[in-house]
Design a protein around this ligand. Structure first.
Ligand code: GLN
Length: 543
């Protein structure tokens, strides 16, 4: 049986529990332990797949096609934990399962209640995470979304309290992450909100073992540490200061200095093998040394929300690491291009342009304008998912003379549906979990940019979309427009187009899959890496 770490949040939301959990996972792996990671989310959506990115941030997709919370992206970028459908459970998915069991008659004779039925289901999900032999782990880290004190989190916290009793207190470690506001007038960090939040947790029956204090620009002093230790009943070495640190990947190094992993392992009475974080630390140092900069414009729709394209932003950081440069990424709302601003006013300061994923009509024509501009001006271009579909539409309109080419998502009656639904998607009515989701095999064609970038003939990348390139236009695209289909997925008796490139262009590559989901700081994603390399080249040529 694994040991369990539960991370909760106090005082405010967005406190950084995800990065804390991922960082701890990394530190434990650095000492040779195998970790499993999980997130419990207290909202009623069965998964975040149906939520607007403005509302919730990016939807992260796993290999097995789970649409999950973006914190799972942090887990994958920091650790080797294998994430799947089992790694994210929401209130909605828990209730869904309980209600289905009730309908099947599995609780026959009983009144179905939050305690014990919902809490039992939560506990069984936590156990399920490491139930299969191939999933076994030394330590399972389970993050609980939301803030302690919320009505929604109560069943989860009650389940954890019971869980601790069932597996035995020495096998559980509770880490509470809280905010310590700095009050200018007093000139100090205030511990009171933390005290109250811990009191709330204790009312529920959970005593934290470790408290991680978010202190903004300030560092936790000895005085405050003593105060929190006294009022919250936590030894002072288990009170960790978490000031704002940039880059993100330097955060685990700060936790290591304060011995976060040691505190947890001692609590579990586990041995302390030496920590081997060298490769990670070298990567962080390398990031700090880069002076060169490359500017990329990302054309998208949800540009008002920092987290809406989380994995793309991170993949660019990784591509920067691979090219020893800093990528300065600027998100541009495609509606600006649609409403009259011209690409040559908006795009020229940039060395490369990305058109990102998205759903729905808004801003589409602006994205098409952006693709035309970079194609004609020979500026490096990367298209992702919707970005590939836009590239196909633009090429069809301009190079094949099909002025009304479109996707049936935006224009169901278009005479030239270059992007359309596969027959198997036509009857689908439910929106949740019904897209083409998760990792698919992609065969790369020799002599293409994609093949050169990956250095492999077969890759597996993750998808999240409903529409596909329409093979009726394949012949025209390749023979007449000079496009190259460099990646295909064999699908029954036909093939699905996975990557489109342009031959006569410095670097123009667009994928139907989402390359950003598998990028990590130690293993930058090949398409991002080569795109940034081409952008650097572009910058040098211009200079
Ligand atoms: N809206 C497009 C589709 O469903 C693209 C989705 C995406 O970019 N993830 O196919």
């Amino acid at each position: 049986m694994p040991k369990y770490v539960f991370t909760t949040g106090g005082v405010v939301s967005s406190i950084g529990k995800g990065v804390l959990s991922a960082s701890l996972g990394l530190l434990l792996e650095a000492r040779g332990f195998k970790v499993a990671m999980m997130k419990l989310d207290p909202y009623i959506n069965v998964d975040p797949g149906t939520m607007n990115p403005y509302e919730h941030g990016e939807v992260f997709v796993t290999d097995d096609g789970a649409e999950t919370d973006l914190d799972l992206g942090h887990y994958e970028r920091f650790t080797h934990a294998k994430l799947s459908q089992k790694s994210n459970a929401t209130t909605g998915s828990i209730y869904n399962a309980v209600i289905q069991k009730e309908r099947r008659g599995e609780y026959l004779g009983k009144t179905v209640q939050v305690i014990p039925h919902i809490t039992d289901e939560i506990k069984s999900r936590i156990r399920l995470l490491t139930a299969e032999p191939e999933d076994d782990a030394d330590i399972a880290i389970v993050e609980i979304g939301g803030t302690v004190g919320d009505i929604e989190s109560l069943p989860f916290l009650e389940a954890l309290r019971e869980f601790r009793l069932e597996v035995g207190p020495p096998n559980c470690c509770f880490i509470h992450v809280t905010l310590m506001p700095f009050i200018e007038a007093a000139g100090e960090l205030k511990t009171k909100p933390t005290q109250h939040s811990v009191q709330t947790l204790r009312q529920i029956g959970i005593q934290p073992n470790v408290i991680v204090c978010r202190t903004g620009k300030h560092t936790l002093g000895a005085e405050q540490r003593k105060k929190i230790a006294l009022f919250c009943d936590v030894p002072s070495e288990a009170i960790i200061s978490a000031e704002d640190i940039s880059p993100l990947y330097a955060i685990p190094v700060n936790f290591k200095k304060q011995g976060l992993d040691e505190v947890v392992l001692r609590l579990f009475n586990m041995e302390l093998p030496p920590s081997e974080l060298g490769e990670w630390e070298a990567m962080v140092e390398r990031m700090a040394r880069t002076t060169e900069e490359v500017r990329i414009a990302a054309v998208g729709k949800y540009t008002g929300h920092d987290d809406a394209y989380k994995s793309i932003n991170e993949a660019f950081v990784h591509a920067g690491i691979a090219n020893d440069c800093k990528v300065r990424l600027t998100w541009i709302d495609s509606e600006r291009l649609e409403k009259g601003e011209e690409p040559d006013q908006l795009l020229p300061p940039f060395d490369g342009v990305l058109v990102g994923p998205g759903f729905g009509n808004r801003g589409i024509e602006g994205k098409i304008k952006a693709v035309r501009f970079v194609r004609e001006r020979r500026i490096p271009f990367l298209g992702i998912c919707l970005g590939m579909q836009i590239a196909a539409i633009e090429i069809a309109r301009d190079l094949l003379g099909l002025a009304e080419a479109n996707s049936t998502e935006f224009e169901p009656e278009t005479p030239h549906p270059v992007i359309s639904l596969l027959t198997e998607q036509r009857g689908v009515r439910d929106m949740g979990g019904t897209m083409r989701l998760g990792a698919y095999r992609c065969e790369l064609q020799p002599g293409t940019r994609a093949r050169a970038a990956y250095g492999a003939d077969v890759i597996h990348e993750r998808h999240r979309h409903r529409y596909e390139f329409n093979n009726e236009y394949l012949e025209a695209m390749t023979a007449r427009a000079g496009a190259v289909v460099s990646g295909i997925h064999p699908h029954g008796d036909h093939q699905l187009v996975e990557i489109i490139e342009l031959r006569d262009h410095p670097w123009f590559c667009a994928s139907q899959f989402h390359p950003e989901f598998k990028s990590t700081p130690l293993k930058p994603q090949p398409l991002f890496r080569e795109f940034v390399r081409a952008a650097l080249e572009q910058r040098k040529n211009r200079a």
